[in-house]
Design a protein around this ligand. Structure first.
Ligand SMILES: [Mg+2]
Length: 390
C-alpha cells in the first residue's frame, strides 16, 4: 500500500495561521471596462471576435453581464458569439492585465510579503504576522479590498480562514465583491454542507466519479474512510480525506519576484592593485545589470560586499533618489563605495547587489489615468520593499 504509512497519522488541525485568498472579479473584463467606461453594463467578452479569427479562439474572461447569457471563460469564442451576438468582443491586452496585477501585488505587500500568486488575478496571503500588526485577518482583507477599489477601481472577493483550501473556497462563496470568513469553529459545518463540485482541486471527471460513489456533499465525503478514498482517487483521496476535516498544512509559498539581484566573485588570487579591483567591479556591474534587464527589474539601493585576505567582510549600502540606469552608473557607484569605505587591497571577494527592486514595466507603461496615483503611492511601496529586505 503506497500510502500506508501516512494512514497511521491521526490528522490534526492546525488553526493557528491566518490566510486570505483574494480573487479579482471578472478581472480582464473589469480592467477593460475601467479603461473604457462606455462598456459598463454591457456583455464584455475578452476574446478576439470569431469573425476575425474564422471561429477560432477561446473566451479568456466574460463580464458578469455576459455570464447571464451562459458565457464563461474557456468557452469557444464562436459559441459565445452564438449565445450573445451583441456581445462586445475585446482582444486581450495581457500587458495591461499584468501591469494591473503588479499594482495589486504592491497593495498586498503593504500588509505582508508572504504572497503566493495563482494567476494574474488570484493570490494567497499569509497574514499570521503582518506589517500593520493587525490580529484580525478579516480587517486586513477588508482593507485590501478597499485599497484595490479606491486605487485600481476594480473589485475583488476575499476568503479568510486558517488554511489555503478553506480561504480559496471562501473567496468564491460571495462573488463578486464579497468577503467570506470561515473561522475554525465554523469550518466543519461549512464543509459538511459544501457540494462536492465546490471542493477546490476536484475536477469535472472526479466529480462524476464522486457522484457514482454517492458522494455529493462534504458530509458524504466525510463519511468515507481514508483507505477507500485512496483506492479510488490515489493521492488526491488522501488529501481530500484531510481537507474535508479542515486540514491543509500547505504553506503560502512566496512569489518568485526577486527582491534583490546580485553577483559576487571570489578571486583565485587576492586583488592587489586598484586596477584589479576596478576590473572586477566592472565585470560584476555588467553581470548584475544584465540580470536586472533580463528580469525587467530596477532598484535604487546598491550594496557592495568586500572580503579581505584575512576574511574580514564588510557590506555597505547606498540609497539613491532615482533608479540605477546602466552598468556604467552601477560601476561608478560601486567604485565610489569602495573608495569611500576603504582603499585597502588584498581583496578576496567582491559582490554587488541592487536591491529594493521594482518592475521596470511598472514605470514605463503609460497609464494616464493611474500614473499620478502610482507616483503618489511610491513612498508606501518603498517602505514595504525595504522592510522585506530585512
Ligand atoms: Mg478571478
Amino acid at each position: 500500500m503506497r500510502y500506508g504509512l501516512l494512514l497511521f497519522d491521526e490528522p490534526k488541525r492546525d488553526t493557528s495561521r491566518k490566510i486570505i485568498h483574494i480573487d479579482m472579479d471578472a478581472f480582464y473584463a473589469s480592467v477593460e471596462v475601467r479603461e473604457n467606461p462606455s462598456l459598463a453594463g454591457k456583455p464584455v467578452i475578452i476574446a478576439r471576435h470569431p469573425k476575425e479569427t474564422g471561429g477560432r479562439g477561446v473566451v479568456a474572461t466574460a463580464s458578469y453581464e455576459a455570464r447571464t447569457y451562459g458565457i464563461h471563460s474557456a468557452m469557444s469564442a464562436q459559441k459565445a458569439y452564438e449565445l450573445c451576438p451583441n456581445g462586445v468582443f475585446i482582444r486581450p491586452n495581457f500587458e495591461l492585465y499584468r501591469e494591473t496585477s503588479k499594482q495589486m501585488h504592491n497593495i498586498f505587500r503593504r500588509y505582508t510579503d508572504k504572497i503566493q500568486p495563482l494567476s494574474l488575478d488570484e493570490a494567497y496571503l499569509d497574514v499570521s504576522t503582518n506589517y500593520i500588526e493587525q490580529k484580525s485577518a478579516t480587517i486586513i482583507a477588508q482593507a485590501i479590498r478597499r485599497d484595490v477599489e479606491k486605487e485600481l477601481r476594480l473589485t475583488c472577493s476575499a476568503g479568510v480562514s486558517y488554511n489555503k483550501f478553506l480561504s480559496k473556497i471562501a473567496s468564491d462563496f460571495d462573488k463578486p465583491n464579497g468577503i467570506t470568513v470561515i473561522p475554525p469553529e465554523k469550518s466543519h459545518e461549512f464543509l459538511m454542507a459544501l457540494p462536492i463540485e465546490k471542493f477546490h482541486g476536484v475536477g469535472a471527471k472526479s466529480v462524476e466519479k464522486m457522484h457514482s460513489l454517492n458522494i455529493y456533499t462534504g458530509q458524504d465525503l466525510y463519511k468515507k474512510d481514508e483507505l477507500d478514498l485512496v483506492s479510488h482517487f490515489g493521492k488526491m483521496g488522501h488529501s481530500l480525506y484531510r481537507k474535508v476535516r479542515g486540514i491543509d498544512d500547505s504553506e503560502v509559498k512566496n512569489d518568485r519576484e526577486p527582491k534583490s539581484i546580485g553577483k559576487e566573485s571570489t578571486f583565485s588570487e587576492d586583488l592587489k592593485t586598484e586596477n584589479d579591483v576596478i576590473k572586477a567591479l566592472r565585470i560584476l556591474s555588467q553581470k548584475v545589470m544584465h540580470n536586472l534587464k533580463r528580469k525587467q527589474k530596477h532598484g535604487k539601493i546598491v550594496v557592495l560586499k568586500i572580503r579581505y585576505e584575512n576574511f574580514d567582510t564588510i557590506t555597505r549600502r547606498r540609497s539613491f533618489p532615482d533608479y540605477i540606469k546602466g552598468e556604467e552608473e552601477l560601476f561608478q557607484i560601486a567604485l565610489s563605495i569602495w573608495e569611500e569605505e576603504t582603499s585597502a587591497l588584498g581583496v578576496r571577494l567582491l559582490g554587488i547587489t541592487v536591491t529594493g527592486l521594482e518592475s521596470v514595466i511598472f514605470e514605463t507603461i503609460p497609464l494616464p489615468l493611474w500614473e499620478k496615483k502610482a507616483t503618489e503611492r511610491k513612498p508606501d511601496r518603498d517602505e514595504n520593499q525595504t522592510r522585506t529586505d530585512h
